[in-house]
Design a protein around this ligand. Structure first.
Ligand code: URA
Length: 228
């Protein structure tokens, strides 16, 4: 893409303001002043305008603490998406490595690396996801065995993979899954005659929400990235 277009897409500047910034030597590509407005740049280039990086080179690997009310999509005309909340991240090709429902909170992983997100989400990799669940009705001890044995959900002839349920309180449990079917947690409890009224994802693989505040994000560590 042309440099002036790239700047106007990544900042609030119009195309003509972008051209002026380039002409006056205020634009650096990979650390060097570029005065050619038509210079081609891509997502692998680092573009800096007025001393501020507006794009990042390399891949992005982000942990976002999703609040309720934000949707897991990259774009939406009416609703706030998780991508709208990643202010400082300017990679253009971000996508989500797994989704949460609008009312679910907790760990969402976002990346620009398609192969990595495939490893996170592919059922073959059996990546574990830990949830804390609040239910409408009390939880019986018998559910632990039911979840371990697997539950038949309507759209699939195979039962769910063995899941670990730990009852924390009368209507609260910790659930560990190694697959990610559509609305899986809610449907598993629903199939057992209960209803999920609160759901938070605490971790995906070794990536834990820890003390990251709702609505905040951080970059993953090298170790976290390599663990998938
Ligand atoms: N299972 C659900 O039912 N909802 C989520 O958001 C995540 C897992």
């Amino acid at each position: 893409m042309r440099l002036d277009k790239y700047i106007s897409q990544h900042t609030a500047a119009t195309r003509s303001l972008a051209k002026m910034a380039i002409k006056s030597g205020r634009v650096l590509v990979n650390g060097e002043v570029v005065k050619d407005q038509g210079r081609k740049v891509s997502d692998t280039d680092e573009v800096c305008v007025n001393g501020e990086v507006i794009s990042q080179s390399g891949e992005a690997y982000i942990l976002y603490h999703k609040p309720a009310g934000v949707i897991c999509a990259t774009e939406d005309e009416e609703q706030e998406t998780v991508i709208d909340h990643l202010d400082g991240i300017t990679h253009k090709t971000l996508h989500l490595a797994g989704r949460l429902d609008k009312d679910t909170t907790g760990v969402v992983l976002i990346t620009s690396d398609g192969q990595w997100s495939h490893r996170v989400t592919s059922p073959r990799h059996e990546c574990s996801k830990v949830y804390v669940v609040q239910t409408a009705d009390p939880l019986s001890q018998g559910l632990i065995e039911t979840f371990k044995e697997g539950i038949l959900l309507k759209d699939n002839p195979k039962p769910t993979r063995p899941a670990e349920l730990e009852i924390l309180a009368e209507k609260e449990a910790k659930l560990t899954l190694t697959e990610g079917r559509y609305h899986q947690v809610k449907r598993m409890f629903g199939a057992c005659g209960n209803k999920v009224v609160g759901l938070k994802r605490l971790s995906v693989g070794c990536v834990e929400i820890g003390d990251l505040e709702e609505g905040d994000y951080r970059e993953l560590t090298e170790e976290e990235i390599a663990s998938f």
